[in-house]
Design a protein around this ligand. Sequence first.
Ligand SMILES: [Zn+2]
Length: 418
Amino acid sequence: MSDTPAMVTRDPLRATPNFSGPAEEVAPGVFMHSVFVNTYAMKTPEGLLLIDPGTMRGAASAHQAIRGWTGEPVHTIVYTHGHIDHAFGGKPFLAEGTVRNIVAQENCVGRFQRYSLTHGYNQIINRRQFGSDLIRFPNEFDWPTLTFRDGLSQRIGDLEIRYRAAKGETDDHCYVWIPEKSYLFTGDLIIWRSPNCGNPQKVQRYPVEWAEALEEMAALDAEWLFPGHGLVVHGRAEVRRVLTETARYLRHIIDQVVPLLNAGKSPEEIVAAVDSDPELAARPYLLELYDHPKFIVRNLIRRWAGWWNGVAADLFPASSARQAQEIAALAGGAPALIARGRALLDQGDLEMACHVAEWAIRVAPDDVAALELKRDVYEKCCAATGNLMAQGIYRGAMNEALDALGQERAQRGGRQSL
Ligand SMILES: [Zn+2]
């Protein structure tokens, strides 16, 4: 084991987040394969504990790397949760015939059933979020064979493994705690980005339970934190800081939303009023480059309230096309809307330019100038934000216009390096 593995930090306040690195032993007896997602193999007295076998596409690479490290049989596989980047790379290890159990929190089973039921939808939203038409959403599962509701303690030889259920990014999370070694495997409760608990295209996330799980993990006083993505953190004070500050980041948002909701404020007012703590959002492990605090606010409202947005007209709304026709009639027709959209775009008022472009496209869906406005507005929106989830949706809208114009679709990192 080298002195300072590339993917380990003892100084998370000054670390540079990194999501891929050399496959190597990162802590005594713990090997990490890191290509976007982290897969860990940990030595136990009776074989390996494999934590998050990773993606379907990365399976061969993770298997080869781990087998280059040790030939010890895999005893147990654990899914920290059932997301496609964590629970779909197990095949090469299962084929070796030594795996006794796949351990997961019980909601993982329901997740896989939902993935089957909504396969088409999930493929579409993941392509849009990550900006690639090549993404294939899996429809085959290596099902958990040993599930638990709250927690599970397992002995492999004389080594105790504790699995503890949590909710956060998903309802099927768990973290893994090895008391004897002071090793804490957090899954995506730590991802070296602000917590992914607002995602606009995906099912309910759990900010409150996420904060609770982080506080519970901080109380373990672990020496090592092995996250689902990003750098391993070494050092008790540093581990505690990452966990407690991530919890505080969430609590800061939650504690603003609750009183506003209880005061009867509308979703629009709440979303406008609440922001994240700027000092915490600047931490290398909490950068808002994936999820967005405003999305977390919306997710909290969804958790506690109904779907009505507070505007009575939107209870049984006229279609967006009819609304646009009314606005166009008032404005003097589609050309006036298009001209106004261009002017707003030139002024840099992207927020309003989006609305006007949407009205224009609904009134004149085949009009080249309207399509070009839509394309250009969303290209600018995409370029103006560093937030991946927002970029994905803007790029998707831009692609609708590009398709209609017969032009090449944008992919992430494609057209003008979006
Ligand atoms: Zn993940």
